[in-house]
Design a protein around this ligand. Structure first.
Ligand SMILES: Nc1ncnc2c1ncn2[C@@H]1O[C@H](COP(=O)(O)OP(=O)(O)OP(=O)(O)O)[C@@H](O)[C@H]1O
Ligand SMILES: [Mg+2]
Length: 355
């Protein structure tokens, strides 16, 4: 089963479906112009110099294309790709085993690199810089370090939490690409490409409709596309247009801004039960019958990002866009109204824009 429709993360089963839609070269990789251009320079230059490319760090929220780019880097370099991840490397020995079996020029992709253990991380510093590791043999006073030369390789690290990476590790990457959320236009291009691969007929307005519900995330866009495909198969639709796409996604409870049921319940409770707040997170969670943590980690980040919900020192508030999205009139004294029209709040409370 795939995970929730609007989740940015993926379940193992879904990764098989994703693999079929991954662009295989930089040219087919949509959006992220800066990162793509910079990366292409790094790769071109290394080809000219006939050296392995510098180590690359890719950071950004789930589902924006880090794994895809890592695979593209290996493909563009014509190099084999080895894949592992931080959580899989709990001992320095795990890393030593991988490193010592790399071939020259190989691309090593370490996903979730921020979750590697400390000893492994320290081994990686030396491997990245000097292409050398010390293998420790024995224990305690009798332990000896045997140096081992490594063939030059390119490390591609991916992380959703660049802030958690220790400075020394971050500094050892020659290039860092930070992936940003995609615009609706870019997601339309992602969808066009996927629809072609899936042999689906959709018109422009249909693509726009799906793209605007995809939360700036290609993974979600492709997932919604699969649901629209199912719907059109069952309803025997030849060409999908905006009306059909929106009918399909309404049925799956993904609304015009990409909010799902929980997101809307949170906003609805905030506006109708608490007059727009401020209300404490735990009270809000009880009102929608969810765990506090679920509301905070599943629903809130996107609501905050979309400017629908604000976090203040006194609690959560509904912002003007939340009222209009729900089709409700915002009371004049609601806490989210502009400070000029609401002097009681001006100067006292600043919105915490950062989550
Ligand atoms: N720029 C893009 N162009 C086209 N498709 C994309 C692009 N970025 C991502 N995708 C698609 O979105 C899906 C998810 O991308 P990917 O697995 O690379 O994300 P990720 O950043 O590695 O996510 P996670 O943090 O969960 O590992 C893939 O199926 C891929 O085909
Ligand atoms: Mg990934």
């Amino acid at each position: 089963m795939e995970g929730p429709l609007t989740a940015a993360t993926s379940e193992p089963d879904e990764r098989v479906l994703e693999a079929a839609l991954r662009p295989k070269n930089l040219h087919d990789f949509v959006g992220q112009h800066r990162v793509r251009e910079q990366l292409s320079l790094v790769l071109e230059a290394s080809k000219i110099r006939e050296r392995t490319a510098d180590h690359v760090l890719l950071s950004g929220p789930p589902g924006l294309g880090k794994t895809t780019l890592a695979m593209i880097i290996a493909a563009e370099m014509n190099a084999p790709l080895r894949i592992s991840s931080g959580p899989a490397i709990q001992h320095a020995g795990d890393l030593a085993a991988i490193l010592s079996s790399l071939s020259e020029g190989e691309v090593l992709f370490l996903d979730e690199i921020h979750r590697m253990s400390r000893p492994a991380e320290e081994m990686l510093y030396m491997a990245m810089e000097d292409f050398r590791v010390d293998i420790v043999v024995g224990k305690g006073a009798g332990a000896t370090a045997i140096p081992l030369e490594l063939p030059p390789f390119t490390l591609v690290g991916a992380t959703t939490r660049a802030g958690l990476l220790p400075g020394p590790l971050r500094d050892r990457f020659g290039f860092t690409g930070h992936l940003e959320f995609y615009s609706v236009e870019e997601l339309e291009l992602v969808l066009r490409r996927s629809a072609m691969l899936m042999d689906l007929r959709i018109n422009s307005a249909g693509f726009t409709e799906i793209a605007s519900r995809s939360r700036g995330t290609p993974r979600i866009a492709n997932r919604l596309l699969r649901r629209v495909r199912d719907w059109s198969l069952v309803h025997n639709v030849e060409q999908i247009d905006a009306r059909l796409a929106s009918a399909a996604l309404d049925m799956y409870e993904v609304d015009s801004r990409g909010l799902d049921r929980l997101d809307r319940q949170v906003l609805q409770a905030l506006c109708t039960k608490f007059g727009g707040g401020p209300v404490g997170l735990s009270t809000l969670a009880i009102a929608v019958g969810e765990e506090t943590e679920t509301v905070e980690t599943v629903a809130e980040p996107y609501l905050v990002r979309e400017g629908l919900l604000g976090r203040t020192p006194r609690g959560r508030i509904a912002l003007p866009e939340a009222w209009s999205h729900l089709g409700l009139d915002m009371p004049r004294n609601a806490p989210g109204s502009a400070p000029t029209t609401n002097p009681s709040i001006a100067g006292q409370e600043r919105l915490e824009l950062e989550e």
